[in-house]
Design a protein around this ligand. Structure first.
Ligand SMILES: *[C@@H]1O[C@H](CO)[C@@H](O)[C@H](O)[C@H]1NC(C)=O
Ligand SMILES: *[C@@H]1O[C@H](CO)[C@@H](O)[C@H](O)[C@H]1NC(C)=O
Ligand SMILES: *[C@@H]1O[C@H](CO)[C@@H](O)[C@H](O)[C@H]1NC(C)=O
Ligand SMILES: [Zn+2]
Length: 439
């Protein structure tokens, strides 16, 4: 064989060999890049695990089990999208658990029902070793070190306080650190984004004098004001009035999907001035305005808000258990890494994602506590809502009954009927005055 042929054969063998190497190298590259992207998310979320703004597991415990916690194992609850196993898999290190009572209970037994929801969250967060109930920014930081899932308690709807600042303060004592001023109904003092309940309609007074007192008292206590579910006018009035940063715990961008639960750009600018936070809601209806959605459509909300007011104003408020359909690939609380991967692909930096995952919320919580500390010389507010603003048949007016106005019945039976009622009123008055003195 001529030497040139040998040389050619040899070189072609060498060439083929290196081509083979190249193919191997190339597929290895692809494999590593796919592998490292998921790895990068895992690594990032291990260092900066998520603080999520909104989850309605407590509502599901009410619906499915009437709050009988002993009937289920929270490590594995197949009927819902949230359990300890999946929270761990999703790198959820802290969860704001909503204590939500439907608007139908307004002016009825809403305070009892709210207490029962607080009870069930407190129970689940103390009876399971994986959870830890936290009530301060420092405890939240510590819980990460303890490898716990921190539980924060958040009231969803100002109707829960029955227009009473003492009730608000007692909820704070039970560990509540955030409250949405409305749910889907107006309260006597703030306005909802929804009009499905035709109650407490007012013209051009979206945050009353008492409503401002609620915001002031929340600032004084160090309770985070949540504007998800309020009307835009109420949100604006609160942003004008609050001394501390506020949050939208589970709302998305109105420009991307024009649902009234989402936040318009002009309000996002006000939120930025307030140093507050919008925690993007993943509910398909608020993402795509349709019954279904994709991770890419969720990323559109993040991109838009970042462009408008910066990554330092954004968080995540999944709304699992409170909504019925979630984007493909984000069906339960274990899926948050897929969202973070989607944002990495949209060129979000690790620092921006660390902000979104937890640093922004920590900043807001710490600033809310700082404002509380600045206001510590203030006494508990004694502002009371005017009676005419809360008149309803279930509100007992604490004064001695006027016997002359009672229906005329035989004197003896009338006295027998009403004396105990008078006693109850006296006892309640004493109880209330005691509470105020020990406050
Ligand atoms: C969770 O419970 C279901 C039945 O309710 C069971 O089939 C499944 O294996 C359990 N998973 C784990 C991780 O324990
Ligand atoms: C909030 O303040 C702005 C000006 O700073 C004012 O134009 C607006 O009317 C106020 N809105 C409410 C609802 O208080
Ligand atoms: C929302 O947008 C859709 C189409 O993008 C439009 O048909 C609808 O009228 C809009 N709704 C409101 C309230 O602006
Ligand atoms: Zn909600």
């Amino acid at each position: 064989m001529p030497s040139w042929k040998t040389a050619a054969a040899t070189s072609s063998i060498i060439w083929m060999r290196s081509f083979g190497h190249l193919v191997i190298l190339f597929s290895l590259c692809c494999f590593t890049s796919a592998y490292s992207e998921r790895d990068r998310v895992q690594d990032l979320m291990t260092r900066y695990p998520l603080i999520d703004g909104h989850n309605d597991l407590a509502l599901q415990l009410r619906i499915l089990h009437n709050n009988r916690l002993s009937q289920i194992d929270l490590r594995n609850v197949t009927k819902v999208a949230t359990d300890i196993t999946r929270l761990r898999a999703g790198h959820v290190q802290a969860q704001m658990f909503s204590v939500y009572v439907m608007c139908g209970a307004q002016d009825k037994d809403v305070v009892r029902l709210t207490l029962e929801q607080i009870d069930v969250v407190r129970r689940m967060c103390t009876e399971y070793q994986d959870f830890e109930l936290v009530t301060s920014a420092q405890e939240l930081i510590d819980s990460k070190r303890h490898n716990k899932i921190a539980c924060l308690i958040s009231i969803e709807g100002g109707h829960s306080i029955d227009s009473s600042l003492p009730a608000l303060r007692m909820f704070y004592q039970l560990g509540v650190r955030s409250m949405a001023l409305t749910h889907t109904c107006n309260t006597p003092w703030a306005e909802s984004s929804s009009d499905i309940y035709d109650v407490y309609q007012r013209q051009g007074n979206s945050l009353t004098h008492f409503g401002k007192a609620v915001v002031e008292e929340m600032n004084r206590l160090g309770m985070i004001v949540d504007l998800s579910h309020t009307s835009w006018e109420t949100a604006q009035a609160v942003l004008n009035h609050s001394r501390a940063p506020v949050i939208f715990s589970h709302s998305s961008s109105y420009t991307i999907c024009n649902h009234s639960r989402n936040v318009p750009d002009w309000l996002l600018h006000k939120l930025k001035e307030n140093r507050g936070l919008i925690m993007v809601n993943l509910y398909s209806k608020f993402i795509s305005c349709k019954g279904e959605a994709t991770i890419s459509q969720v990323a559109d909300h993040f991109d838009h808000i970042k462009k408008l007011i910066g990554a330092e104003s954004i968080g995540i408020g999944g709304d699992f258990e409170g909504a019925v359909s979630f984007p493909k690939g984000l069906e339960d609380v274990s899926k948050y890494p897929a969202l973070i991967q989607g944002l990495l692909q949209r060129k979000w930096s690790e620092s921006e994602l660390a902000d979104v995952l937890r640093r922004n919320f920590m900043r807001v919580f710490e600033e809310v506590e700082k404002v509380r500390d600045q206001l510590r010389s203030l006494q508990p507010s004694e502002v009371q809502i005017p009676l005419e603003e809360v008149q309803n048949p279930c509100r007992l007016v604490l004064k001695a009954p006027n016997l002359k106005l009672l229906p005329s019945v035989k004197i003896s039976s009338s006295a027998a009927q009403h004396r105990p009622k008078g006693l109850v009123i006296l006892t309640m008055a004493l109880l209330f005055s005691n509470l105020l003195m020990t406050e």
